[in-house]
Design a protein around this ligand. Structure first.
Ligand SMILES: [Mn+2]
Length: 361
């Protein structure tokens, strides 16, 4: 265990330490943040592959006092450095993808262009390798008993983590915060597009018994029909429906109770920041008007835990940086809150000695 007796959480953070200026190593951390610097298939704005480093820098300004979680961070939060090889591969394939997206957006057929066919194949192979890498990293962390927070990157990154979660916990549900359904089959012919993450997850991870989507406000007819024909495996709360309930005076609390009632016992949170009001993430790849406040989402997760459901892990994606650091500031605070909530929701089992103490008391 890290000795915290010399760590003063009230003074300015030391960037030589890990994220949030905390003095932990990976070995003694309860929770490990794994950045995935990947954004090959993004459709509009880019920059999310650098989110890890920007959020790390912004995190130094976050006050680590968190009375709400009983300062759960004291059990150890650590962030790995963004993997250089993954980032370089993403940069390389992103250039190929830009040429490719530009080509198909003119209505050209890829079959007629062998260069484009080759690019597409390379991108799809690269994405499959990334999924394998995420799976290997996260499953080995879970085996070591760590809690894992995945930090994108674009929203295509959690597939490998979802497989690792399924192996550890069996059946579980996903609570997805997003402006988009991400239920498109191979969007733009990319097998693992950011717009296909939930389609791929539901196809490849049978342990996902329920997907509850919140904040949805941009979706295709095909996605709408997918939800309708999913036999309730996907439950979508469209942004306009939530807003109309609120406008008619229904309290957020009762809407939250209903949302939570759809979730199974174990819940994973997939948080695409574009599910928020874009004033909070103006540089995210595909911003859409509407969406949530951070506090609404945090309240929902707290109510979900209060209901007795087990919060098992999360990803946070699509944070990109513009001229100001604002997106990273918001991202760092969401990350901080969710990490503390996740640690607090997963108390360490009592050692035998502690158990004996409790019994004697
Ligand atoms: Mn998304």
């Amino acid at each position: 265990m890290t000795d915290l007796s010399h760590f003063d959480s009230n003074i300015a953070s030391n960037p030589k330490n890990t994220i949030f200026g905390l003095p932990f190593t990976e070995a003694d951390a309860r929770l490990v943040i794994l950045p995935v610097p990947w954004e090959v298939t993004v459709s509009a704005g880019s920059g999310t592959s650098r989110a890890g480093e920007h959020i790390f820098n912004a995190s130094m300004q976050v006050d680590v006092f968190d009375e709400e979680s009983g300062n759960a961070w004291k059990q150890g939060i650590y962030m790995r450095h963004p993997d250089r090889k993954v980032l370089m591969k993403s940069d390389y394939l992103r250039k190929e993808a830009e040429l490719y997206i530009n080509y198909i957006s003119k209505g050209e057929e890829i079959e007629k262009n062998s260069f484009m066919c080759k690019s597409l194949k390379e991108i799809n192979e690269g994405s499959a390798n990334l999924n394998k890498w995420v799976y290997e990293q996260t499953s080995s962390l879970l085996r070591e008993g760590k809690l894992v927070a995945l930090l994108g990157g674009d929203h295509s990154v959690p597939l490998g983590y979802l497989k690792a979660i399924a192996e550890k916990y069996g059946e579980f549900g996903i609570l997805q915060i997003d402006a988009h359904c991400d239920l498109r089959k191979a969007y733009e012919n990319f097998d693992h597009s950011h717009g296909s993450i939930m389609f791929n997850a539901l196809r490849d991870v049978p342990e996902i018994t329920r997907l509850v989507q919140l904040g949805i406000r941009d979706y295709s007819e095909e996605e709408f029909n997918y939800i309708r024909n999913s036999n309730q495996r996907v439950v979508a709360y469209f942004d306009k429906d939530i807003k109309e309930k609120l406008f008619e005076g229904q309290p957020w609390r009762s809407i939250v109770d209903e949302i939570v009632s759809h979730l199974p016992d174990c819940v994973y949170v997939s948080f695409d920041v574009d599910g928020l009001d874009p004033k909070l993430c103006p540089n995210t790849g595909t911003p859409v008007n509407g969406g949530f406040e951070v506090e609404q989402v945090v309240y929902l997760i707290k109510k979900m835990i209060e209901s007795g459901r087990k919060f098992i892990g999360f990803d946070l994606d699509e944070i990109a940086i513009g001229e100001s650091n604002f997106d990273a500031n918001v991202g760092a605070r969401i990350l901080w809150k969710l990490c503390n909530i996740l640690v607090a929701a997963n108390p360490l089992p009592l050692t035998r000695k502690e158990e004996e103490c409790t019994t004697t008391l």
